[in-house]
Write a protein that binds this ligand. Structure first.
Ligand code: KG4
Ligand code: ZN
Length: 353
C-alpha cells in the first residue's frame, strides 16, 4: 500500500486484565512490523476470585503501566521522541483500568508533542488481520472475546456494519462460566480447550442455539444451562466426565460459530457487500477447534480465512498501536478531551469521530 508513510506508533492497552504496550511501525513500502509487544497479565492477581475484579485490575494497571511502557521503548530500541503517535484503548472495558492507559498515553503525547489517538479496543481486534496479513476491505469479521460475540462487515477504518450479535452471553464468557462451574482454573477458555482435547465430543448431545436461523445472531446461555444440568445430574464428576463435558460443550460452540458465521456471510452479501476474506479475532480466536471449524466454512464459501497468530488473539498493545497507525494515516486523531468509555459499540465509531 503505497500511500503509507514510514511511521511508528506506541499503543497502550488496559481495558481488562492485561497491562500492555507495544510499538508498531509501517515502512514506506507498506510492510508493517511489530517492534515491541510487552504484556503483563494479571491472571495471578484475579485467579483466586475466578474472574477479573475491577478494583484489583485498576490498581495493578497503575502499578505496572510506567514499567511496561518503558519496556516497550527499550525492546524496540527507540526513544519516546522517535515515535509518530501515541494510541491508547479508550474503551469499551473496565473504566478504572481504561483511565490508567488513557492518562498515560495523553501524558506521553503532551510531553513529546505527538498526536494522540483514542482507539476503540474492538477496532484493535478488528484491524489486527490487516497488521498481520494486509487483508483488504471489506471483510467479514467474527469478533469473539470475553465481552463480545459479533459478526461485522468491516468496510473500512471506523466503518463497521454489525450484522449480528449475542442476545445473552458472549462466547468467551460462556467458556469462563463453564470452567468455573467445573472447577477449572481461570481464565476458562484455555482450561476448557485443554480438557476438551482429552474428552469425547459426542458423549453429550448439547443444544446448538439458533442453528439454521437466517438472522446471524448468537445465543449461548441455553447451552451453558444444558451443560450445568447434565453436570449436576451425573455429579460427582470424574476427570473423564469433566473432559467429556468440555469436549461436548466445545463441539456445540464450534457448530454454533460455524452456522452463525455462515448466516453472517449470507447477510453480508445480502447487504451488497462482497467480503474479501473471513476473519476471526478476539481472545476466543485462540481456540483451535473454532479456528478449524471456520477454516472449513471459508473453504466451503471459497474465501480465504485469516486468524491472528496466538500471541495477537488476546488483548495486546500491538493491535492498539496498529489501529492508531491506521487512523493516523487517515488524519483521524483525537484531542485531550477523549474520555474512557465503558460501553462503545463498533458501529457507533463513525458518529464518534
Ligand atoms: O479479547 P480478550 O483477551 O479479552 C476481552 O476483550 O474480552 O478475550 C478473553 C476471552 C476470555 O473469555 C477467555 O476465556 C477467552 O477469551 N479465551 C478462550 C481461549 N483463550 C482465551 N476461549 C476459548 N478457547 C481459548 N483457547
Ligand atoms: Zn479484547
Amino acid at each position: 500500500l503505497s500511500d503509507r508513510q514510514a511511521m511508528r506508533a506506541l499503543g497502550i492497552e488496559t481495558t481488562c486484565d492485561e497491562t500492555a504496550a507495544a510499538i508498531v511501525g509501517v515502512e514506506r513500502g507498506g510492510a508493517s512490523k511489530i517492534l515491541s509487544n510487552e504484556i503483563l497479565s494479571q491472571i495471578a492477581a484475579h485467579a483466586a476470585y475466578g474472574g477479573v475484579v475491577p478494583e484489583i485490575a485498576a490498581r495493578a494497571h497503575v502499578e505496572a503501566i510506567d514499567r511496561i511502557v518503558a519496556r516497550a521503548f527499550e525492546s524496540a530500541g527507540l526513544k519516546a521522541s522517535e515515535i509518530d503517535a501515541v494510541a491508547a484503548a479508550a474503551g469499551p472495558g473496565l473504566v478504572g483500568g481504561v483511565m490508567v492507559g488513557l492518562t498515560s498515553a495523553k501524558a506521553i503525547a503532551l510531553v513529546t508533542g505527538k498526536p494522540f489517538i483514542a482507539v476503540n479496543h474492538l477496532e484493535g481486534h478488528a484491524l489486527t488481520a490487516r497488521l498481520t496479513d494486509d487483508v483488504a476491505f471489506p471483510y467479514l469479521l467474527l469478533l469473539v472475546s470475553g465481552g463480545h460475540t459479533q459478526l461485522l462487515a468491516v468496510r473500512g477504518v471506523g466503518d463497521y456494519l454489525r450484522l449480528g450479535t449475542t442476545i445473552d452471553d458472549a462466547v468467551g464468557e460462556a467458556f469462563d462460566k463453564i470452567a468455573k462451574m467445573l472447577g477449572l482454573p481461570y481464565p476458562g477458555g484455555p482450561s476448557v480447550e485443554r480438557e476438551a482435547a482429552k474428552g469425547d465430543p459426542e458423549r453429550f448431545d448439547f443444544p446448538r442455539p439458533l442453528q439454521g436461523r437466517p438472522s446471524p445472531d448468537f445465543s449461548l446461555s441455553g447451552l451453558k444451562t444444558a451443560v450445568r444440568l447434565v453436570a449436576e445430574r451425573i455429579a460427582p464428576l470424574s476427570d473423564n466426565d469433566v473432559a467429556d463435558l468440555c469436549a461436548s460443550f466445545q463441539a456445540a460452540v464450534v457448530d454454533v460459530m460455524v452456522d452463525r458465521t455462515r448466516a453472517g456471510l449470507r447477510a453480508c452479501r445480502e447487504a451488497g457487500i462482497t467480503p474479501s476474506t473471513l476473519v476471526v479475532a478476539g481472545g476466543v480466536a485462540a481456540n483451535q477447534a473454532i479456528r478449524s471449524g471456520l477454516n472449513r466454512l471459508a473453504t466451503e464459501a471459497g474465501l480465504p480465512m485469516v486468524a491472528p497468530p496466538l500471541a495477537l488473539c488476546g488483548d495486546n498493545g500491538a493491535m492498539i498501536a496498529w489501529a492508531g497507525l491506521e487512523r493516523l494515516r487517515l488524519g483521524l486523531v483525537d484531542d485531550m478531551s477523549a474520555v474512557a468509555r465503558p460501553r462503545w459499540p463498533l458501529d457507533e465509531l463513525k458518529a464518534a469521530v
